[in-house]
Design a protein around this ligand. Sequence first.
Ligand SMILES: Cc1cc2nc3c(=O)[nH]c(=O)nc-3n(C[C@H](O)[C@H](O)[C@H](O)COP(=O)(O)O)c2cc1C
Length: 339
Amino acid sequence: MLPPDRPALLLAPMQDVTDLPFLRSIAAFGGADLYITEYFRVHIHSRPDPYILRSITENPTQRPIIAQMIGQDPDELVRTALELKKYPIAGIDLNLGCPAPVVYRKNAGGGLLRKPAQISTLLARLREACGELPLTVKTRIGFETEDEFHTLLPLFKKHPIDLLTIHARTVKERYQTPVHTHWVRQAVTEMPCPVIANGNIVNCQTGLNYLHSTRAAGLMIGRGAIRNPWIFDQLRASLTHSTPPPVTQRMILSYIHLLFEETARIVSDFVEQKHVQKMKKYLNYITQGQPPSFEHHIRRVKTKEEFFTVCQDHLGSDELAPDLPSENSKLFCGFSQFL
Ligand SMILES: Cc1cc2nc3c(=O)[nH]c(=O)nc-3n(C[C@H](O)[C@H](O)[C@H](O)COP(=O)(O)O)c2cc1C
């Protein structure tokens, strides 16, 4: 599942982002070594969401994809894992990190971190259900405080999971703080399976420094990959001592064009203005680090023509794209720990 000769590069699962059109776009620009679906919600009435299933059945990446589940009921999670096993997946992942109150209040996602005994039951049941199929976990380091990782790590050690990804923040820290790398380092030292480091990787340097400080088996990248899909190619080159490919403004423009086409292609009821609004969600990330006028103008566009005129005005050149997002933006902050 992981490259044998260098650290692995994973695309982070992101709800409403890492769907089939996004995977098609990111794979066109090199892509990751391993993918995880956005989460399948699991409850008593749930069936695997057909839209998310398409990223498995039509996986365009030529790389393995793991199916992620979020829920708290052992019977329902086992039932869903058995259903998902019928599809071409590389593993089942359990989400132990989602910080959305609507999720954690139900003791699912990050909420489970307050229930170590429940995690233990879930991992035992899922291990049995998965059989030979890899079982992986994506976790935060605690709910309220990082000290909770003292209790969580022994649980992850006790159950024979195949991969542990750590988003090294507590649930309460959500997305904005620096990450606590020493817990990842500790997990790398103690876990019998590979450990993947996640959180705040925004360019090559931040990824390499996170790897250096933790000696993790790989990196998982989310928001930084929406902003720059070439980040995987750049890191792969750095890790194999070749020259990372430069990313120009025009390349970013071509990425936006592809995203627009792919996201439009999948909807049966294409409505131009609605689609432009949808594109703004990606542009929120892509504009970070660009001159502020780009974000300002993109917020105001309504039609496809206006949208691409603004993109062309700001990105229609062969200049290098900014390597870093701005440090004080809401979507990217705290990463200076790796600079
Ligand atoms: C829009 C968005 C949606 C997310 N959805 C999921 C999800 O479905 N499952 C999950 O495990 N994490 C989810 N995450 C968390 C990311 O996988 C990742 O852990 C987090 O963004 C930190 O990594 P980054 O700094 O590289 O973005 C989401 C994050 C964002 C920003």
